[in-house]
Design a protein around this ligand. Structure first.
Ligand code: HEC
Length: 121
């Protein structure tokens, strides 16, 4: 009798594990986010973010340049900010395409702009 109960518990824990492991795996595939950083100054969209995108991304992602996502104004940049930040960190592929990666100070500026609520300032 005791053995039967043990087998029952063994089987049910295996069932529980097989039910939970796949959901843990699909969670791990969620798009990565960058860990929050400390920002000491307010970032300006018009003075810092727009010029940086213009200089480093617009050649391929400007309006009419033909590469999706189009990053030519505030709305397009703020809607794609998360994917842009990840791409600038090399995920799923490094942007600007072909490299080199942007300077850390620019990556931090962009991330601070996001953390500060993606202001149109
Ligand atoms: C030399 C051209 C070029 C430059 C410069 C460039 N990109 Fe791209 N980018 C591409 C191409 C081509 C793709 C599409 C790649 C694909 O679908 O395989 C792409 C894709 C992307 C994507 C979508 C990535 C994804 O798969 O989710 C993002 C976001 C992106 N670029 C952001 C940027 C940002 C931000 C910059 C500037 C820092 C930048 N790109 C500069 C060519 C460029």
């Amino acid at each position: 009798m005791k053995k039967t109960i043990n087998i029952f518990f063994a089987l049910s824990s295996i069932t529980v594990l097989t039910l939970f492991i796949p959901s843990a795996c699909s969670k791990a595939k969620a798009p990565p986010t960058q860990p929050e950083i400390v920002c000491t100054s307010t970032i300006s969209f018009s003075q810092q973010i727009a010029p940086m995108i213009q200089e480093n991304c617009a050649g391929c992602h400007g309006s009419g340049a033909g590469t999706s996502p189009v990053l030519s104004n505030y709305t397009e940049i703020s809607e794609n900010a998360h994917a842009m930040l990840n791409a600038m960190h090399g995920t799923p592929q490094l942007m600007p395409q072909g490299g080199p990666a942007l300077a850390d100070s620019l990556l931090q500026q962009f991330q601070c702009w996001m953390q500060q609520g993606k202001m149109n300032n």
